[in-house]
Design a protein around this ligand. Structure first.
Ligand code: AMP
Ligand code: ZN
Length: 139
């Protein structure tokens, strides 16, 4: 699998830095976003490093998408939000900040005020870890 030494998601895949892991299989890994825009915000990545939508091979994006559906179902069962966005960002104007293809699972609430291109605000690690436990129990 391709790997970039300075990529934070490659480090998570390799187990070199910690994450609140939700799921791992041969191809993909899912974990909690540590700057959640809403509680339950999760990320899915392919284990191989590909920069964005334009570079990732079709079978890799298929694997990520299947895992995203599985995670979305577990988040939905755990938090019962009024809606769910899957988001995937490419390039600076889309505010891609980690250059390793990833998909966001974002629970939504009526009038949660969420707009595109949010600023990163670090979450409470105890709350994120506890929520990860609850979501895992629904998988
Ligand atoms: P994007 O703007 O689409 O590139 O989103 C990158 C996401 O990765 C942001 O929502 C960050 O909060 C998230 N992120 C960055 N570093 C970590 C990390 N170490 N663990 C979990 N999420 C992270
Ligand atoms: Zn990477």
């Amino acid at each position: 699998m391709s790997n970039e030494s300075d990529c934070i998601f490659c480090k998570i895949v390799a187990g070199d830095i910690p994450c609140f892991k939700l799921h791992e299989d041969e191809d993909s890994i899912a974990f909690m976003d540590i700057n959640p825009v809403n509680p339950g915000h999760a990320l899915i990545v392919h284990k191989a490093h590909h920069r964005d939508l334009f570079e990732i091979p079709a079978d890799n994006i298929a694997a990520v998408t299947l895992t995203a559906q599985r995670i979305s179902r577990a988040v939905q069962a755990t938090l019962e939000p009024a809606g769910m966005n899957l988001l995937q960002c490419n390039g600076p104007a889309a505010k891609q900040s980690v250059m390793h293809f990833h998909m966001h699972v974002i629970p939504r609430h009526m009038a949660d005020g969420l707009t595109m291109n949010w600023e990163l605000v670090q979450g409470d690690m105890d709350e994120i870890g506890a929520l990860a436990e609850r979501i895992r129990s629904n998988m």
